[in-house]
Design a protein around this ligand. Structure first.
Ligand code: BEZ
Length: 393
């Protein structure tokens, strides 16, 4: 397990030394402690790293402070391991006493984390994990999601598949909250549009032995496969799918996690894979161009959707911290300001629903020669259901 503190501006510099005396002033001069609960190892390691890099870049570009206070990040590797989630979250919330919690990528880890965060009242931002319950029945005033809901992105994918004339599909994914909710959201749109699901195939997370599933798909001969995989597992799946020559007869579709961040790794094996996501590399807006250029310059690698989510997480936090002038003890005011966050993100217009999940556009993309090309808008301004969110609606 990796624990690493980064004091981007330690609060012991000139500004802190010249601050007036008194306990409040001293507290104001100290950095805001932001806990990052993210995967830095395992199949989702690259996702956690991209989020972290973008978050750090945001603070650097802001001159090292948000709301007038330095930011200190404390990282904890959650390994995408739900059984460790409770201990690790407690460590950040009650051990490190972080002022703000940011995490995580894996839905199973996020569900345990969000429960503790809601009880503790610590302002929390989820930069990826789409577990539907967090912004539906489990919603809380202090828990914000800056990414997507699993049911939201997969519903948009099902809609796009129907619009593309797909009538029959097999689903293949990992068996955990994200995979199951993705299949549910996809089916909602796909069945509603007259599509038929021939079979739902599941593998344990993070298994990458795809051969028997691929053999089953070959014998079922569907028109398309709907698939949720991400990170290292997604790269292997796309290569195995092409290796089995299924890409010659069967259309491969999925939420954009299937191809984001792995487009170079899969090379020509990914040609023709169609995905739907709240982001596309070549979105033509000034925020996206500036963000991609800055990320590339800082890290010598391209930004992906996870980096965008990390960036937007800090943009939402920035809005909240400005409103309370960096005084994180004013949690109700901080949360109220973050709930109203609305800005132009690299992904396009960003705002939050009543249950604190983004209302956003979903784009159809096609992978070609190592790049996810924007095809068009699949669903505009899509809000996830706030079903069961009694605390906020
Ligand atoms: C999830 O577990 O919610 C998830 C993980 C990776 C990409 C997208 C969603």
């Amino acid at each position: 397990m990796l624990v690493d503190r980064r004091h981007l501006l330690a609060g012991t510099g000139a500004a802190a030394l010249t601050a007036p005396f008194g306990r409040f002033a001293i507290a104001q001069g100290a950095p805001i402690k932001v806990g990052l609960l993210l995967p830095y190892s395992g199949t989702y390691a690259a996702l956690g790293e991209a989020i972290t890099r973008a978050a750090e870049l945001y603070v650097k570009q802001a001159g090292g402070t948000l709301g007038g206070r330095a930011i200190s990040f404390t990282r904890l590797d959650d390994e995408s391991e739900p059984t460790k989630a409770t201990d690790l979250t407690n460590k950040l919330v009650y051990g490190e006493k972080v002022d703000v919690l940011i995490g995580t990528v894996h839905s199973g880890v996020a569900m345990a984390m969000a429960k503790i965060a809601a009880e503790a009242g610590v302002p929390t931002l989820i930069p990826n994990a789409g577990a539907d319950v967090i912004t539906r029945a489990g919603c809380a005033p202090n828990v914000f999601r800056t990414s997507f809901g699993n049911g939201q992105v997969s519903y948009a994918t099902g809609k796009a598949m129907i619009a593309a004339g797909i009538k029959e599909a097999v689903t293949l994914t990992w068996q955990y909250a994200a995979g199951e909710e993705d299949v549910a959201g996809f089916k909602e749109a796909f069945l509603e549009g007259g599509g038929k699901v021939l079979k739902e195939i599941y593998l344990p997370f993070p298994d990458v032995e795809f051969q028997s599933a691929l053999a089953e798909i070959a014998s079922l001969k569907p028109q398309a496969v709907f698939s949720f995989f991400a990170g290292g597992g997604a790269a292997k799946f796309i290569k195995d799918f092409a290796g089995a020559k299924l890409n010659e007869k069967i259309a491969l579709w999925g939420p954009g996690f299937l191809t984001d961040g792995v487009e170079k790794a899969v090379g020509a094996a990914g040609n023709g894979v169609k995905t739907v996501l709240h982001y596309a590399d070549d979105l033509d807006n000034p925020q996206n161009k500036a963000f991609r250029a800055a990320f590339e310059a800082a890290y010598k690698t391209s930004a992906d959707v996870y980096a965008v989510q990390g960036w937007d997480t800090m943009a939402v936090l920035d809005i909240g911290l400005k409103a309370v002038k960096g005084d994180v003890s004013k949690r109700a005011d901080l949360n109220a300001a973050m709930a109203k966050a609305a800005f132009d993100s690299p992904r396009g217009p960003f705002k939050l629903s009543a249950s604190r999940n983004p209302v956003q556009n979903f784009y159809l993309r096609e992978l070609k020669d190592g790049a996810n090309r924007l095809v068009g808008v699949a669903v505009k301004d899509l809000a996830d259901s706030t079903k069961g969110c009694r605390a906020l609606t």
